[in-house]
Design a protein. Structure first.
Length: 442
């Protein structure tokens, strides 16, 4: 048996028109652009640039709406290309390695653009890895050659994620999937920082916690590898759990509780066997066959489980009653994880009954000896903040874990909003004791 898995890159069989349409639909559905805002493009092997059209509803694009600007300058399409085509062309000329561009006006990154600031990707190891070097391009009139020159100059400095002064954001990638991942992660970073800054002000904290070089190295070294094995024919339970995991992961992405390429969700099949989401695959488009079966030291042949799989395994081994686990990055709860603010869930009965008291796990604890994490979560302590790494939640079922994820994020948001109104009044010990007795909380 071998520890290594060689994954052949998939040929992209999706036409640029369809890829742009599908990605724009997703960006619009995630509320990261408006009907009139934003534009996407892909440069193909011929040097032709496929781009979203000007003045067409971004929430209702069809493949026929996408425009092709040929390498010789001729235009094919029902509409004119986006008015921002000049800066797309300028970026491609400046950076031959870039094959796709996403430009939009997501709220958090626009907030940074109007404050002439850039989000610091050292907040999370994922953001640091995905967003790479962040840049800032001075203002120029939209659609002008001057704007193209300003943005292209910033990209030539090695930046892949660029804030546009008083405008929005532009990111580039080696494919549309890569560019979308960078764009989504960049906006997640921005939103988390906005919420974290509110916490710092509300609780008069010293500041937001950022990661050091040694922290990034620690994240890269996490988890021991699994050996390849061929599992037996799937049971009906395994088949049902695969379907359920895919459904809830997709729901989590659409509700912005999960990032498309980060976080992990698992479900126990039997004593020492569990299913877990794979590494490096878009969460919203997962299929049942993408989910990875892990048993003891083996992982399903031809698949690579989440890098957090050892942490999942350690929790299952220590807590037989835990049947499902989710590692996620819900924006507001994650904001608590990057500050020293306590997330007190003794706010309303539902919050405490579902979450109990939320634990706080020191950064990187689960990267080395994953068994250490298992001492922080259990059936009677199902939720924890992972410093600078989101949250971990356990449940008796997949639905139970997902429900707790929703409640945790809603509670965190209510606490932040409550601080904007006045002093928060948490439930006293007598009420907590009453809830514990009424709902048999251990």
């Amino acid at each position: 048996m071998s520890h290594k898995l060689t994954i052949q890159p998939r040929r992209n069989l999706l036409h640029p028109r369809d890829e742009i349409m599908r990605t724009m639909d997703r960006i619009y559905r995630y509320r990261m652009t408006t009907t009139s805002g934003g534009n996407l493009s892909i440069r193909d092997d011929n040097g032709d640039i496929w781009i979203s059209p000007a003045r067409v509803d971004k929430g209702n694009l069809t493949p026929k709406d996408i425009v092709c600007v040929r390498a010789d300058g001729t235009v094919d399409g029902l509409h004119p290309p986006s008015s921002e085509f000049p800066f797309h062309k300028a970026i491609y000329a400046a950076r031959p390695d870039i094959r796709a561009i996403v430009h939009a006006h997501p709220v958090a990154l626009v907030a940074f653009s109007i404050c002439r600031s850039t989000p610091n990707p050292r907040l999370f190891h994922q953001a640091f890895r995905v967003c790479r070097k962040v840049g800032f391009a001075p203002y120029a009139c939209p659609g002008s050659d001057a704007l193209g020159e300003s943005i292209a100059k910033t990209f030539t400095q090695g930046c892949d994620s660029v804030i546009l002064e008083n405008h929005g954001v532009v990111v580039g990638g080696d494919s549309m999937a890569d560019a979308f991942q960078r764009f989504e992660t960049f906006e997640f970073l921005g939103k988390t920082l906005v919420k974290a800054n509110r916490l710092v002000k509300a609780y008069d904290l010293p500041g937001i916690r950022y990661l050091k070089d040694e922290d990034f190295a620690q994240a890269l070294d996490r988890g021991a590898p699994f050996e390849s094995y061929d599992p037996p024919a799937p049971t009906a339970r395994e088949q049902e759990l695969r379907k359920e995991l895919c459904e809830f992961v997709k729901r989590g992405c659409r509700q912005r509780l999960l990032i498309s390429t980060e976080g992990s969700f698992s479900a126990r099949v039997c004593k020492d066997t569990f299913l877990v989401t794979p590494t490096g695959k878009d969460r919203e488009h997962l299929r049942a066959e993408d989910i990875v079966l892990v048993s003891a030291n083996g992982r399903e042949t031809g698949k690579m489980p989440s890098t957090a799989a050892r942490a999942h395994q350690a929790i299952y081994e220590r807590h037989p009653g835990v049947q499902s686990i989710v590692f996620a990055h819900p924006i507001v709860a994650t904001a608590f994880s990057v500050t020293d603010s306590n997330l007190d869930v003794r706010t309303i009965p539902e919050s405490y009954v579902f979450l109990y008291d939320v634990q706080r796990v020191p950064y990187g604890l689960h990267y080395g000896d994953a068994s250490k994490l298992a001492s922080y979560v259990s059936e009677s302590a199902p939720t924890a903040l992972l410093e600078n790494d989101g949250v971990v939640i356990t449940g008796k079922t997949i639905l139970d874990a997902f429900d707790r994820l929703e409640v945790l994020e809603s509670t965190a948001e209510a606490v932040i909003d409550g601080n904007a109104i006045g002093d928060i009044s948490t439930m006293p010990d007598a009420v907590i004791d009453e809830l514990c007795a009424a709902f048999n909380l251990g």
